[in-house]
Design a protein around this ligand. Structure first.
Ligand code: UDP
Length: 456
């Protein structure tokens, strides 16, 4: 989309959080800024390091050696993961930034863009006098939840009480209590102060970048703008705004050839993202649901998807039936899969990237959110935007419920048609938003000008 102009001599240092759902949008932002002529330095953790071979030769990659305890990176204790990673990486980040600033030939560093989760690194850059911007890689609604978290606890919404799960959260419509990002009671206070620190540092930054767009979250973006009183740039969906970025993980590209052999609008795509594990029972029910749907499918069964197992073994008797009709892959070229005309629906955990990629690809969703912000995103998908249908969330997945949701979505009745029509509308709006004159495009142009206004 972009023209290469205006950024000569301006270098942006980007610091992504080391998980796929955070790396992808940051690298897409890097590609969009690079296409505008800005020089790119990516400072990164050694874990999930991006592969320089996948990016333009003039990017500079700076690994941060750090002593990360074994087990921390796979920990399901999110509060601990956030606090400890932030604490471990902030000092090496600050040291590297000092070294980069001291280099004569690095090109002028005009700002640091870090994932908002790296609040200590953002603080370190700010203290060195470098302008900072935070990138929120999830939704605007999720950032509003961060901002409201102490209030949600004070007002008794959290921890979630049985019997109150369907109460509306008046401060954050359209959420009900069950849609809020929850955490074990024992670490709720720690998690809340973590979020307070993230929001406080975002407030002290020069600006906040959001991977969202007006047609889906204009009201949430406005509220953030009013509350933070710093420039807020809603430039999403980043996958549509930026030139394409190659994944550093080995993808099964053969599934694209297989998709070419399938009928248009016939194949289910099933993926639960890069991070969150599911129970063995859920895995089995999912497998039966796919088998009984009698539809072709592509199912991402990555290493570690099934809690306690290195790789997912299909239940007895299912292997033959499933393998004949579908493709099981370790990692898919997801954006290309979602853009393929053979795909009819996406069974998803509603990670934010997957959700906006589904909107860009025009693929209605069958939502099975698992944790965190996925619950709230599914609420938007099914009830605010009405581009998906939910499989009952609070209970153990049953194959029959999954099959029901698939049948409802694909049915030739008003309900199914409405969802598919709404998705076409949103896909169109997402495309308009990133085109010349659209809201995300304009916001991105403003962001580039803002960055160029910093003295290097
Ligand atoms: N992804 C992919 N191939 C896969 C599964 C996921 O490329 O087989 C990508 C997907 O396109 C998205 C990211 O991994 O950009 C997952 O991010 P998301 O926010 O959806 O979920 P998370 O992994 O953070 O739970």
């Amino acid at each position: 989309m972009a023209s290469n102009s205006g950024g000569a001599g301006h270098r942006v240092v980007l610091f992504p959080f080391p998980y796929q759902g955070h790396l992808n949008p940051m690298l897409r932002l890097a590609a969009a800024l690079h296409a505008r002529g800005l020089a790119i330095t990516v400072v990164h953790a050694e874990h999930h390091a991006p592969d320089p071979a996948d990016h333009p030769a003039d990017y500079r990659f700076v690994p941060l050696p750090a002593d990360v305890p074994a087990g921390l990176l796979s920990s399901e204790d999110v509060a601990r993961l956030l606090t400890e990673l932030d604490a471990i990486l902030a000092v090496p980040f600050g040291d590297r930034l000092v070294a980069l600033l001291a280099e004569q030939d690095a090109g002028g560093i005009c700002c640091v863009i870090a994932d908002v989760q790296w609040y200590s690194a953002l603080a370190a850059a700010r203290k060195l006098g470098v302008p900072t911007l935070g990138l929120m890689t999830s939704s605007a609604a999720s950032f509003r939840t961060f901002m409201a978290y102490p209030t949600l606890i004070d007002k008794g919404y959290l921890p979630v009480q049985e019997g109150h799960k369907d109460d509306p959260v008046h401060e954050l419509p359209p959420f009900r209590v069950r849609d809020l990002q929850r955490i074990d009671k024992s670490i709720l206070a720690e998690f809340a102060s973590q979020l307070e620190r993230i929001v406080a540092e975002a407030r002290r930054s020069c600006g906040l970048i959001l991977n969202t767009f007006d047609a889906i979250e204009a009201a949430d973006v406005d509220k953030i703008r009013q509350d933070l009183s710093i420039p807020v740039f809603a430039i999403g969906p980043l996958n549509a705004l930026s030139p394409s970025v190659r994944s550093s993980l080995p993808q099964d590209r053969g599934c694209l050839n297989w998709l070419d052999t399938q009928e248009p609008g016939s194949v289910l795509y099933v993926s639960f993202g890069s991070l969150v594990p599911i129970d063995a029972d859920e895995f089995t029910e999912l497998a039966w649901g796919l088998a009984n749907s009698k539809r072709p499918f592509i199912w991402v069964v990555r290493r570690g998807l099934v809690r306690g197992f290195e790789s997912g073994e299909l239940p007895d008797g299912l292997e033959e039936e499933i393998r004949d009709r579908g493709r099981i892959v370790h990692w898919a070229p997801q954006e290309e899969v979602l853009a393929h005309p053979a795909i009819c629906a996406f069974v998803t955990h509603n990670g934010w990237n997957s959700t906006v990629e589904a909107i860009s690809g025009g693929v209605p969703m069958i939502c099975r959110p698992l944790v965190g912000d996925q619950l709230g995103t599914a609420r938007y998908v099914c009830n605010a935007w009405r581009v998906g249908m939910e499989v009952e969330v609070e209970t153990q997945l049953e194959w029959g419920k999954l099959q029901l949701a698939i049948d409802k979505l694909m049915a030739d009745n008003d309900e199914g048609k409405e969802v598919r029509e709404r998705m076409k509308y949103l896909t169109n709006m997402a495309g308009k938003g990133v085109s010349e004159g659209g809201s995300s495009h304009t916001s991105f142009v403003n962001l580039v000008e803002f960055i160029l206004s910093f003295t290097c």
